[in-house]
Write a protein that binds this ligand. Structure first.
Ligand code: GDP
Ligand code: IMO
Ligand code: MG
Length: 422
């Protein structure tokens, strides 16, 4: 029996889907603990690209059960579309997807509130418009709709009618007409009913599997700097994406997790608004974006790109207690003659290595860089650590030292097999 967690170390899109897919070969369960359809986890299998939003990436392994944990916010319409997509790709989902009966439900009302508030608020977050924030608001306001409500059509209709009326009364839809939301309701009810048989006591399910010695992989969504508590607030998502969120979002005590793997890109990206100290606005930034194909898997938005930020990464490693790191997209740096790594920040004429000290005023910091020569040779098909170019090995060592955590995996391409481990 083992429990391993996979968590994004930066601002999301680090390549969690790929690493989960790789590690799920021998596990019985892959479980998500937070977020919802704002996630976009890409897995390539023999040139076939599959993007998962709510279903854990373990669905691509035939014997693996997939849990959508109580800390998630589930969108039935999007989930039905995702299950259809999986079927079209020949992936059998029957009996393998289990939704927590206490997970909260995203409805067309929540999506509309998200869209309307992004359009009308002076301070935009750049959300994915998937209704994530408004659904978590209802959860914490103790008036949410939960998984078990999906099998109660009459009650669900009443709850939703009341929620729409409240949204209108309190101006949550701004100038969006209520009719526009009403038009989406019949499809919502259809999908809610369709997925209601998947709703179950996932806590009991996991406990029973653990008693038989099952291996569990826990799949984080988003990344530590998007965490509602530890991230770059208010430019964050509305859940605890860091390891701390696992205990609440699945009922799995942190002390039972044997390995906590942090996923980091060999550089940094961010989608949406918010501060980003190492962001590059020049040709180098564009080169990272083009070479790394940095376009959002959920919204298609271009991702902002910059150098690896060691100050941020060390903070992230500490917040999560990572036992090891998987470094992804090393191949994207293959042709760069010079690489930079941020080792500290300069602010108010002083140097600091403490991210938490400047978290509230990141706009004011200037990164302090260490320059290292690039390796200028392909890493894409390397199979062992000792075959990496010496300069790539040195780059990896610097990153590992900055994070004070061993780098156990290096990913050198999007395909399942393009992963070196030690
Ligand atoms: P996630 O949200 O953390 O699962 O990451 P995304 O799927 O949103 O974005 C990661 C992107 O990088 C996807 O398109 C992956 O196919 C791709 N990817 C993952 N690892 C590597 C790698 O090592 N090299 C390259 N070139 N692409 C990678
Ligand atoms: P994965 O799991 C990258 C960002 C949005 C926005 C902020 C809030 O694929 O790594 P939300 O819709 O959650 O209220 O948006 O968070 N964001 C992500 N950025 N990867 C993600 O997920 C993200 N999910 C949300 O762009 O800035
Ligand atoms: Mg993603």
């Amino acid at each position: 029996m083992s429990i391993i967690s996979i968590t994004g170390g930066q601002w999301g899109d680090e390549g969690k889907g790929k690493i989960v897919d790789h590690l799920s070969a021998n596990v019985d369960i892959v479980a998500r603990y937070q977020g919802g359809a704002n996630a976009g986890h890409t897995v390539y299998i023999k040139n076939r690209k599959i993007i998962l939003h709510q279903v854990p990436s373990g669905i691509l392994r035939a014997d693996c059960h997939c849990i959508l944990g109580n800390g998630m916010v589930i969108d039935p319409v999007s989930l039905v579309a995702e299950i259809d997509m999986l079927k079209q790709n020949g992936i059998q989902t029957k009996g393998r997807i289990h939704i927590a009966n206490t997970a909260h439900i995203v409805t067309p009302v929540h999506r509309a509130i998200d869209r309307a508030s992004e359009k009308n608020k002076a301070q935009k977050i750049g959300t994915t418009s998937r209704g994530i924030g408004p659904t978590y608001v209802d959860k914490f306001n103790r008036r949410g709709i939960r998984g078990h409500n999906l099998a109660e059509p009459n009650k669900l209709q009443d709850m939703l009618k009341r929620r729409l009326q409240d949204a209108v009364t309190h101006g949550e839809l701004f100038d969006l007409p209520a009719d526009a939301v009403e038009q989406e309701l019949s499809q919502f009810f259809e999908c809610a009913l369709a997925i209601s048989p998947l709703v179950t006591d996932t806590f009991k399910f996991m406990q029973e599997k653990l008693e038989t010695g099952a291996n569990i992989l826990i799949e984080g969504a988003q990344g530590t700097l998007l965490d509602i508590d530890h991230g770059t607030y208010p430019f964050v998502t509305s859940s605890n994406c860091s390891v701390g969120g696992i205990a609440n979002g699945l009922g799995v005590p942190i002390t039972t997790i044997d390995r906590r793997i942090g996923i980091f890109k060999a550089y940094t990206t961010r989608v949406g608004e918010g501060p980003f100290p190492t962001e590059l606005f020049d040709g180098t930034g564009r080169l990272l974006q083009e070479t790394g194909c940095e376009f959002g898997a959920t919204t298609g938005r271009p991702r902002r790109c910059g150098w690896f930020d060691g100050t941020l990464a060390r903070y992230s490693a500490k917040i999560n207690g990572f036992t090891e790191i998987a470094l992804t997209k090393l191949d994207v740096l293959d042709d760069f003659e010079e690489l930079k790594i941020c080792t500290a920040y300069k602010v108010d004429g002083q140097h600091t290595k403490h991210f938490s000290e400047v978290l509230h005023k990141l706009e004011e910091v200037t990164p302090v860089y260490e320059s290292v020569p690039g390796w200028c040779e392909p890493t894409t098909y390397i199979e062992h650590f000792d075959e990496l170019p010496a300069r790539a090995e040195r780059f990896i060592r610097i990153l590992s030292d900055l994070m004070e955590t061993p780098i156990k995996f290096v990913s050198t391409g999007p395909e399942r097999e393009q992963l070196i481990s030690r």
